[in-house]
Design a protein around this ligand. Structure first.
Ligand SMILES: [Zn+2]
Length: 401
């Protein structure tokens, strides 16, 4: 067993501890506390020990891109088309998942919500297995046709069963309202509840999506027509974001990815059902597409459990959660550093269903922790200092399993 002492320990799930200590054994935190301790300690000095960061939403298959795909200025449908063209022209290269995992761990991430496409899941599965941190492989489902629902739900069950023998854990991801048949969505939500696996869905991401749902027109409708997959019955159009939220609330855990255009009633609903539902905000991807200002303060005021993600390198220059936090702190000076750290740790872990393992410093959780310099921090500014100095973090080298 090793015992580490630090000027500050920020468990996140409980208040900060000045002159705190954390003991761990074989990769697991055994206890923590404040003040003196009987065992010999390793004194880390003027630092804060915090949980590793959680990237609640990404697509690792794009981790080797040097720059985002297309431009964020045009229609979202155009960007989707550019992603489809990219997928058609280049295979998912060997090593891309491993590279994305490495980039994540280098930026202090200890758990990832990864959207796994069919190709990524089958060809690169061994790379998921190599993951140093915790990995939820949300298997992505796209299918507007009623005739494919049964087959896709069987694949979902197979994915859940396969994960039982693996180091990674299963999640389910009905892609978005404009690509998923209503029966497929409800089947996946029910599998999430029965097997207690998390589910994630892109929802209320663009005004084009809202237009499609409400009046069945616009650039996304044109894209679906062009691809010859438009199916008004499958998309439940005319439909509403609220109908999707009510379906998602039947899951064990459901992440609303982006939620850029959730209105006041949607936010209230999600906040009210925070035991099930979370929203994942991807700040730099939001900026890439030039959306109207993110309703971050309104979400928090509605008690929404707000996690953070990088999204993929198809819409973001890198996979750094530290850069994401720096960006959002600058954009939203009224949101506290304490809230941002909570979003980047415990809230993300909860959304992934991993809150007992990562995202907080607690007995029984993983000892995958970060050490951040904090010169003369007080209780009033320790979160702020940690946020400002996060780029200087090091991994706590506690013995791992
Ligand atoms: Zn995404």
């Amino acid at each position: 067993m090793s015992v580490y002492r630090a000027r500050w320990v920020l468990p996140i799930s409980t208040p900060p501890m000045e002159n705190g200590w954390v003991s761990c054994h074989q990769g697991v935190i055994t206890s923590l506390g404040q003040g003196s301790v009987a065992e010999e300690t390793i004194d880390l000095g003027n630092v804060a020990i915090i949980p590793c960061l959680i990237n609640a939403h990404t697509h690792l298959e794009f981790s080797n891109l040097d720059s985002p795909i297309g431009t964020g200025d045009g229609s979202f449908a155009d960007w989707i088309q550019a992603v489809l063209d990219y997928r058609a022209s280049s295979e998912i290269g060997a090593g891309v998942i491993a590279s994305g995992l490495e980039q994540s761990i280098e930026s202090g991430v200890g758990a990832i919500g990864e959207i796994a496409t069919v190709a990524a899941a089958s060809e690169l599965e061994s790379e998921y297995q190599e993951s140093v941190g915790e990995l939820i492989a949300y298997r992505e489902f796209i299918g507007l046709s009623e005739s494919r629902v049964a087959e896709l739900l069987q694949q979902a069950e197979a994915h859940i069963n396969a994960a039982k023998k693996k180091k990674w854990q299963a999640g389910l991801s009905p892609h978005a309202p404009y690509t998923v048949h209503g029966d497929l969505l409800s089947g996946l939500c029910s599998l999430s509840a029965v097997h207690q696996v998390p589910l994630a869905m892109h929802l209320a991401e663009t005004l084009e999506e809202i237009e499609l749902l409400e009046v069945s027109t616009g650039p996304l409708r044109e894209l679906l027509d062009r691809l010859n997959v438009w199916d008004a019955a499958g998309i439940q159009s005319p439909g509403s974001i609220q109908a999707y939220l009510e379906e998602l609330n039947k899951c064990w855990r459901a992440s609303v990815i982006h939620g850029n255009y959730l209105d006041v009633d949607h936010r209230r609903f999600i906040g009210h059902h925070r035991d099930v539902m979370s929203v994942v905000f991807c700040p730099r991807t939001h900026a890439y597409f030039g959306h109207s200002e993110y309703p971050l303060e309104q979400m928090l005021a509605a008690n929404v459990r707000l996690a953070l993600g990088t999204d993929s390198r198809a819409s973001n220059p890198d996979l750094s959660m530290i850069a994401e936090l720096g960006f959002v702190a600058a954009e939203f000076p009224n949101v506290s550093a304490e809230q941002l750290l909570l979003s980047a740790t415990h809230a993300g872990a909860y959304a992934l269903g991993l809150e007992k393992i990562v995202g907080a410093i607690a007995a029984g959780a993983s000892s995958r922790l970060l050490v951040v310099p904090c010169d003369d921090a007080t209780l009033d500014n320790v979160h702020q200092q940690v946020l400002e100095n996060l780029h200087e973090f090091s991994h706590l080298q506690c013995e791992q399993m």
